[in-house]
Design a binder for this molecule. Sequence first.
Ligand code: CA
Length: 358
Amino acid sequence: MKRRDFIQGLGAGTALAGLGGVKVANAAPQFKWKMITTWPKNFPGLGTGANNLAKLIQAMSGGRIEIKVYGAKEIVGAMEVFDAVSRGVAEMGHGAAYYWKGKSEAAQFFAAVPFGLNAQEMNGWLYHGGGMKLWEELYADFNLIPAAAGNTGVQMGGWFNKEIKTLDDLRGLKMRIPGLGGEVLKRAGGTPVSLSGGEIYTSLQSGAIDATEWVGPYNDLAFGLYKVAKFYYYPGWHEPGTTLEAIINKKAYDTLPKDLQMIVTNACKVVNQDMLAEYTARNNDALHSLVKKHKVNLRPFPDTVLKKLAKLSDEVVAEIAQKDKASNKVYKSFVKFRDQARAWHDISEVAYFRARSL
Ligand code: CA
C-alpha cells in the first residue's frame, strides 16, 4: 500500500477500525522501539488502545518506526513502567498518570480527580488550557515526554451488595477503589482496598470485599461482576473521565527527525480520541446487555451522598496542593479550568442532556 493511499484512507475515516489490516510500506525500520504498558497484554480498551498506538505510529511513519508492545510483567511490572521508560529500558510506555503519585502528587491531575474534569474538559485543559505544558514540565525532571493517549470517559460508581442511602452506609464498607477516590472513601468511614483487575471477581465473590469499582459497562461486563454484586451504582464521581497516557523517553524522542516526532505526538492525539469513541460505543452495547439480559439493578447515588463525597473530595484534592510547589501550580490551573468549564457546561452540555431527556 502506498503511503499516499494510506493517508487518503485515513481521510476517508477508516483510521483505526481498519488498522489491523493496514500493510505497512516495506521500508526497513530505522527505529525499533519497545512500548511497555501497565495493562495485561491485549486488555480490551486499554491494552488494545496501546496496540493501536503502536500500529498507527508504524503505519504513519511508513514503517520507519517499528514498535513492539509488551503487557505488564513481560519486561517490567505494571508499577515499574514509569521508571523503566525514564531509564531508557524501553523507549515508550502506556499507562495512567495517577499510578505515579509516588514520583509526584501532581501527576494525579493528569489522569483523574474526583469531581474533576470529564473527558471533553480534560482534553480542553490539556490541549488548549495550559495543562499539557504543566504536564511536560512535571515529567521533564524524569527524562520523559508525556502525551494524552486514551480516555475511558466517565466511569461507573461501582458494584455493591447493599444499597447506599446515606453516607453512613459507606461506613465500614470494604471497597476496591484506588487513588484519590479511595482516600475520599476512607474519610467517609470506609476501607479502600487495592486489588489488581484479576483479583476483583473472586474477592467480591468470597466476601473479602463488599464492593468494587472497575471501569464501566464494557470492561465490567467482561469481568462478569454482575454475577457477584446486587447493585450497579452511578455515576463514577471518582473517575469522571480518566486520561490514559503515553510516556516517551526524552533521549529516544530527541533522536527522531522532526517529521517522526510529529507523527508520534499526533498518533497519541488520534488514539486519545479514538479510545474515547470506542468506550462510548462499547459501553452503550454493554449497558444494554447488562440491563436487558442480565437484569442488573442500576442505582444512582443519592444527591445527599454525592454532595458529601464532593465536599470530602475537595478537601483531599486541596491537600495535594500543599505537598510541593509543582502540585500547587498544577492544582491552581486545574481548579480554575474546572470552575470555568462548570459555568459553561452547565448551560451547554448539561442543559442539552437535560433537554434531551425531557
Ligand atoms: Ca476505575
